[in-house]
Design a protein around this ligand. Structure first.
Ligand SMILES: [Zn+2]
Length: 445
């Protein structure tokens, strides 16, 4: 294998990385042509200036949502998708160094964004430069795409996909090597039905967590408490309320949690049998895979559907629940929504979309995954780590035929979103070597 990355190349990459780490680029108030505030906009313009200097042809979205840098030509476009926004430094007392300044200490590069995602993005840019410095010609166009709203709502790449042509294949260096090839679809919705004059509830929680507690302060508390006990549900009787206990976990692991809202709903269904939304909860039961409602929804790649009910509101006018679904990658989304709509209609409920993020799935026997895996293995000797399925979400899923690839090694300590975020120069060097060899194999050979 050819040695693409030298000390000189890495030092240049660090020099340019310091320019973008030096710009605080967390989400702030929108300004004209800067929909996510001054910082992300400035960091975007800085990285475009850097790539311009390196010979890329750059473009900034006139509305300020995203930018990109192109180099090489060919029938296909290889995308590298990173982001220039970051989370705020948080409590400055917790930092040993100035967060918005690249500081090298004991072989480590400190500063917000060094791991997530300015460091990996700059490493990939310089990996391309290293190949071109050797005189190789690219057989594809490489486009480095810079998002500016990854940490919040991904509006940058939503805009990109509205305005630009899709890439043919690509990587998002914003997670861990070797690679992530599957992420479930993410659907957040409401189920809405008739209200009730006898019972009002206001159990509000975040979409993406299994509620670990539900407080009932309505009428008929003795009956409700009896019903909870009858089911063996853990609950405490307080002066004027009942506290139902569950176990809170992230919605993507919903079956491992205990849903206190559902438990309270099941108990209430016995006391208020005429209220339809409670009959729905009784039928749904404690199965966070939604099997009672939908039967088995699963595939051989990413496993079972998870179905989290996180809130329950009943007023005079309506009943309303929030649901969070993590949908197996091979399941047809529209068909599933239809199936849910039909199933809940029996309980007088209507399905309402809130937010949908499509799944990521690039088969492990695809050229892209095979090439990236063998590159990683050849450069690290790590034959144990396998292509991964993630319950989380990376930018890879916003692009066609794209996987999350690096920049952290499995052995790199995780400092993303934390105080003293840092990336060791040795790990950065390895990431640059892997990126260079992967790009060489995919875009030169
Ligand atoms: Zn990131």
């Amino acid at each position: 294998m050819e040695k693409f990355i030298t000390d000189e190349i890495q030092n240049e990459a660090i020099e340019d990385l310091s320019k973008i780490v030096g710009i605080a680029s967390y989400n702030e108030k929108a300004e004209s042509k800067a929909p996510f505030g001054k910082g992300p906009k400035k960091a975007l313009e800085q990285v475009l200036a850097i790539t311009e200097k390196l010979g890329f042809k750059t473009y900034e979205d006139p509305d300020g949502y995203y930018g990109y840098a192109d180099i090489g030509t060919g029938d296909q476009t290889f995308g590298i998708v990173g982001h220039m926004d970051e989370v705020p430094a948080g409590n400055l007392e917790a930092w040993d160094v100035e967060p918005y300044k690249l500081t090298e200490k004991d072989g480590k590069l400190y500063g917000r964004g060094t791991q997530d995602d300015k460091g990996p993005t700059m490493s990939a840019i310089y990996a391309i430069k290293a190949i071109l410095d050797k005189g190789y010609k690219l057989n594809k166009k490489i486009r480095v795409i810079f998002g500016t709203d990854e940490e919040i709502l991904w509006r940058c790449l939503a805009e990109y996909n509205k305005k630009e042509d899709p890439i043919d294949l690509g990587i998002a260096p914003d997670a861990e090597f070797p690679l992530i090839y599957a992420e479930k679809g993410l659907q957040q919705s409401y189920l809405v039905g008739p209200g009730s004059k006898e019972l009002h509830l206001d159990l509000e929680n975040a979409f993406n967590a299994v509620p670990g507690k539900a407080v009932y302060d309505g009428p008929k508390q003795t009956e409700v408490f009896e019903a909870l006990k009858k089911h063996g549900f853990e609950a405490d009787k307080k002066d004027n309320s009942i506290e139902v206990h569950g176990k809170s976990v992230h919605a993507m692991n919903a079956p491992e949690g205990v849903n206190a809202v559902v438990r309270l709903g099941i108990a209430l269904a016995e006391v208020y049998p005429q209220i339809k939304v409670l009959q729905f909860l009784k039928a749904f039961g404690e199965d966070a895979n939604g099997t009672n409602l939908l039967g088995d929804v699963s595939d051989d790649v990413s496993g079972k559907l998870t179905f989290n009910i996180s809130s329950l509101k009943i007023t005079d006018d309506e009943s309303r629940m929030q649901i969070d679904l993590r949908i197996p990658v091979k399941i047809d989304h529209d068909q599933l929504v239809q199936q849910i709509s039909d199933a809940v209609a029996k309980f007088g409920l209507k399905y309402e979309n809130f937010d949908y993020v499509a799944p990521l799935y690039v088969p492990t026997d695809s050229e892209l995954v095979k090439t990236l895996m063998s590159t990683y293995q050849d450069l690290t000797g790590d034959m144990k780590s396998q292509p991964a399925i993630s319950g989380g979400a990376t930018f890879a899923r916003t692009m066609h035929n794209c996987v999350a690839f690096g920049g952290m090694l499995p052995t790199t300590p995780d400092f993303m979103h934390q105080a003293n975020e840092n990336w060791s120069k040795a790990d950065m060097r390895k990431a640059m070597e892997i990126f260079a060899e992967a790009i060489y194999r995919l875009c030169v050979k």
